[in-house]
Design a protein around this ligand. Structure first.
Ligand SMILES: Cc1cn([C@H]2C[C@H](O)[C@@H](COP(=O)(O)OP(=O)(O)O[C@H]3O[C@@H](C)C(=O)[C@@H](O)[C@H]3O)O2)c(=O)[nH]c1=O
Length: 183
């Protein structure tokens, strides 16, 4: 695993590139190694939940965040390609209110670490995408909130070719102005 240099990362974010061992059978990589992550980033993490979702092209999920128990997320695409986006909701952060986006795919195998205090979402760019993410807090539906992916003040460039496919919840996200911010 190594740190992958990317421009525009927001405070506390990291992009990691796993070391991939390929042979005639296929490939192998460690998708999570607590000790190595900690040595590279100086951040100690204890994940409590692993999530997997499958979505078709043009599906957009987000922008989601959890109040009371904010979740840090380590996100990657095991199949296909997504454009992954996170918005900094921490008032005291030097990158408060900014968004960052990166393509995560089964080709680049990149992993994005999003610390607690961000809203998160992604749009699917391939015909199907399987997204995996680890979280530092359990899912708590009563604490889940959603900011509109299309909020004009955020002006996120999703690069969508067609109108995205959204859940009912994601169609009715709040504006960034109404978001419940973190300290
Ligand atoms: C997120 C989540 C959902 N669920 C259930 C609730 C619901 O019935 C079904 C689908 O949930 P959602 O529509 O919220 O799934 P989804 O829109 O994929 O929500 C996810 O979006 C991305 C962008 C994130 O960052 C995640 O933290 C999460 O909010 O799965 C769980 O049981 N545990 C979970 O951790």
């Amino acid at each position: 695993m190594q740190l992958h240099e990317v421009e525009g990362l927001l405070a506390g974010m990291f992009v990691l590139k796993p070391t991939v061992y390929a042979d005639q059978r296929g490939f192998f990589f460690e998708s999570w190694n607590k000790r190595e992550f900690s040595q590279l980033t100086r951040v100690d993490l204890d994940f409590v939940q692993d999530n997997t979702s499958s979505s078709s092209c043009d599906v957009l999920r987000g922008l989601h965040y959890q109040v009371v128990r904010p979740q840090g997320k380590l996100v990657s695409a095991a199949r296909g390609a997504i454009y992954d986006v996170a918005v900094d909701l921490r008032r005291s952060s030097p990158t408060f209110g900014k968004w960052f986006g990166i393509e995560l795919s089964d080709e680049n195998m990149l992993q994005l670490w999003i610390p607690p205090g961000f809203a998160h979402g992604y749009i699917v760019r391939s015909s199907v995408a399987h997204v995996n993410y680890k979280t530092t807090e359990y899912y708590a539906p009563e604490h889940e909130r959603c900011i509109s992916w299309a909020d004009p003040s955020l002006d996120i460039l999703w690069g969508q070719q067609r109108p995205p496919i959204l859940s009912e919840k994601d169609r009715t996200g709040t504006s960034f102005d109404q978001a419940e911010l973190y300290k």
